[in-house]
Design a binder for this molecule. Structure first.
Ligand code: DI6
Ligand code: FE
Length: 397
């Protein structure tokens, strides 16, 4: 006997490509998928039957790269950029990330939770059931810890899984101006061990770029992560090729993200290491980065591609993962299948999660239901929300 079964629906299992099953059924027991397949073959009864109303059911979406927790916004900076100042110029002046740092340091944990919830709600409304959240706007131990505690509190308010990444090496805080190396060393030797001791991070991230940290500084942070048995991921090769893709691969990183300037050699190294390429088309769009990730080289090398929002106040103030699907297809020319794998199975892999991302027996029963006529519609609309329901661990939310 199943606890609950969804009928009158079409499925994208994402287990083998899209894995389309027309007129399918999904059955849950104890929060897990107990059976999935054509309705006509459903093996047993269920305590409760849910009419899918002809919807398409996908695994609950995974947003594997966000900076969801922060204070304030950067609309003023956006206005300046409209008059020709670039994202990079603003960062070099001590604005950009550091202006969000000033506001985030001044916010209480409660205030951080409160301001994150509406942004989280927008993602959940589109079918997201798992989200990664980074620190990186505290840049001192207590403020970084506060951001991560705020992120960890979100599942107490909403039905969602949260995975956290420590991004202490995001920018150099004002008190370390001119002493970037000292700050990077402090992140590796003091901040990260303190964050790990409190169990606040599931992974360690860094911003390796010409306005971020050098390859050597990033490597020191990754060495510290390895000593603490924490997996790594990287903001890599976004504004310039600083060898971030290959560095991630050397550490067996979960993912390297952005990758607009990554070399084919770096991407091949990622494929060999099994690191996922996380594509963030909203950031490319918003900072008007002329160069796009080399998707052809990723395909040729066999790198798994994920797609995420990068939701953050500076380079991608979006609240929509469905819009990112459209941008991944339109800007980067991903296929519908690649884009949808990017927010399900490959996004789960980018977080090291093997218990979700596909409709397969034994995985968590996290589902997203959409009123669309075909999966391509999920990538086609630029705005609007066809999500008709979400299920987390077998429970409709
Ligand atoms: N790259 C990004 O896209 C975000 N962080 C990073 O290193 C942007 C963060 C911000 O501008 O606030
Ligand atoms: Fe980011």
């Amino acid at each position: 006997m199943f606890d609950r079964v969804w009928l009158n629906a079409n499925l994208c299992t994402m287990a083998d490509g899209l894995g389309v099953v027309r007129d399918g059924a999904v059955a849950a027991r104890d929060g897990r998928i107990a059976w999935v397949g054509p309705r006509a073959e459903l093996p047993g009864p269920a305590a409760e039957t849910v009419d899918g109303g002809g919807a398409w059911i996908l695994p609950g979406l995974v947003d594997c790269h966000t900076h969801l927790v922060f204070a304030g916004n950067r609309a003023g900076e956006f206005e300046r950029r409209l008059s020709g100042v670039t994202y990079e110029e603003i960062a070099r002046e001590g604005g950009g990330i550091l202006s969000t740092v000033r506001e985030t340091r001044a916010a209480t944990e409660e205030a951080l939770v409160e301001s994150a919830l509406p942004r989280l709600d927008a993602l959940l409304a589109e079918g997201v059931t798992t989200i990664e959240v980074k620190s990186g706007y505290g840049l001192e131990t207590e403020a970084e810890a506060r951001m991560l505690r705020a992120a960890r509190r979100l599942p107490g308010h909403r039905a969602v899984s949260v995975v956290t990444s420590f991004l202490g090496a995001h920018a150099v805080p004002p008190e370390y101006r001119g002493r970037q190396g000292d700050y990077a060393r402090m992140v590796a030797e003091e901040m990260l061990p303190a964050i790990a001791a409190e169990g606040l991070a599931d992974a360690v991230d860094a911003f390796c770029d010409r306005i971020g940290f050098t390859e050597a500084e990033t490597e020191a942070v990754f060495d510290a992560a390895r000593r603490l048995h924490l997996p790594v991921k990287l903001h890599a090769d976004q504004l310039s090729d600083t060898g971030g893709a290959a560095l991630t691969a050397r550490f067996g990183g979960l993912s390297a993200d952005h990758l607009e300037h990554a070399s084919p050699e770096g991407l091949a190294a990622m494929a060999a290491a099994g690191s996922v390429a996380v594509l963030l088309p909203g950031a490319t769009y918003f900072i008007r980065e002329p160069r796009h990730p080399d998707v052809a080289a990723m395909r040729a090398a066999g790198v798994r591609m994920a797609v995420a929002t990068d939701m953050n106040p500076g380079s991608c103030p979006t609240r929509s993962i469905l819009l990112m699907l459209n941008m991944a297809c339109t800007l980067y020319r991903l296929t519908v299948e690649e884009a949808l794998l990017g927010v399900t199975r490959h996004a789960a892999a980018a977080l090291g999660l093997s218990d979700r991302g596909a409709l397969l027996p034994g995985l968590r029963c996290d589902l997203a239901l959409y009123r669309v006529s075909a999966p391509a519609e999920l990538c086609y609309w630029m705005g609007g929300n066809p999500c008709a329901g979400r299920v987390v661990e077998g429970m409709p939310t």
